[in-house]
Structure formats: C-alpha cells, structure tokens
Design a protein around this ligand. Structure first.
Ligand code: HEM
Length: 159
C-alpha cells in the first residue's frame, strides 16, 4: 500500500542520513568505502568490473575510477530510496538501471543479492537495526521484482 511504501521510504532515508555524498573528502571516502567493502567481501563479483578483477581494498583506495563510481552508486542508493514510494518512478528508474547494466551480462539473481551487500556495507557505517535493515530488504525485493519483469520484457534471463 501507499502508506507502507512511505514508511519503508522514510526508514531507508533515515539510515542514509549519515551516508553523505558530494565532492568533499569525507563524501568521496564514503563511496570508496562501499567498493572496498564490496570487493573484500564478495571478491567473485569483481569479475564484472573490467580491469579491476583483482582489485584489493588498497587498490580501490588509490583509484580515481572507484572514487567516481563510489559516488555514482551512493547517489543511486539515495535516489532509489527517495523515489521508492512513487512506484511509477521507482519502476522506471530500475528499468533504466537494468538497461545500463545490460552490457555487463550480470547473473540475474544479483539484482536481489545486491541488497545483502548493501545492507552489509551500511552496517559498517551506522548501527543498522532490524527495522531499518528489513526496510531495505523489502525495497530490495521490490527492486528485484521490477528488475525481473524488465529482464523478461527484454527477453533476457530472469532469476
Ligand atoms: C555501474 C556492476 C548493482 C547502479 C556499474 C558497473 C558495473 C556494475 C560493472 C561499471 C562500473 C565500472 O566498471 O567502473 C554491478 C553489479 C551489481 C550492480 C555486479 C550487483 C551486484 C547496481 C544497482 C544499482 C547500480 C542495484 C542502482 C540501483 C550503477 C550506476 C553505475 C553502475 C549508477 C554507473 C554507470 C551508469 O549509471 O550507467 N555497475 N552493479 N548498480 N551501477 Fe551497477
């Protein structure tokens, strides 16, 4: 329902309030920290990042590519949470995200698995209680559902 989605949206936004993005040193570090966490804990997923398949946390720390990419992914998380209650915009944003990832030939199950990575990362930055974690996982389920619907429409493998 609308009120349920609004509640989830506000919990997600609350948990993001300390995950600042922008051009300052702390903001840029937040983005690098996401990929340091990602590549350290899910090294198999580095395969999608051409040229960075062997990157360690140290390599990410020194990388301009991941400084930029870190901002992109964190901005995407802020936007995803921000539009969640508007199903039309949420679904369209997901469709666009799927289109832009098509070139990477990702395993379709990753559209759900991502949210375990994401909440794991969040828990390194803030105290993530069950309520807030569950809010993100519900958003993630809806994300994966919309992603699968779009993959099907494109004639691509679904999860
Ligand atoms: C870019 C992989 C999930 C948003 C990329 C790139 C790769 C990638 C390989 C290119 C970056 C580079 O090589 O330097 C993945 C994988 C995912 C995942 C493996 C799941 C495990 C997501 C999700 C979102 C997202 C859930 C957003 C909701 C972006 C954005 C970019 C990007 C905004 C920048 C390029 C663009 O906007 O087209 N991703 N991605 N990704 N990804 Fe993902």
């Amino acid at each position: 329902s609308d009120s349920k989605r609004l509640e989830i949206q506000s919990l997600c936004l609350e948990s993001l309030s300390k995950i600042k993005i922008g051009t300052g040193p702390e903001e840029k570090q937040n983005g690098k920290d996401f990929y340091k966490y990602f590549f350290t804990n899910y090294p198999d997923l580095r395969v999608y990042f051409k040229g960075a398949e062997k990157y360690t946390a140290d390599d990410v720390q020194k990388s301009e590519r991941f400084e930029k990419q870190g901002q992109r992914i964190l901005l995407a998380m802020h936007l995803t949470a921000r539009v969640y209650a508007d199903e039309m915009v949420f679904d369209s944003y997901i469709q666009e995200t799927i289109n832009r990832h098509r070139q990477f030939k990702m395993e379709p199950a990753l559209w759900m698995a991502f949210w375990t990575v994401w909440t794991g990362f969040l828990a390194t930055k803030i105290t993530l209680d069950e309520r807030h974690k569950n809010a993100w996982m519900t958003l993630g389920q809806d994300f994966a559902k919309a992603a699968n619907k779009h993959l099907k429409l494109l004639g691509l493998p679904t999860a």
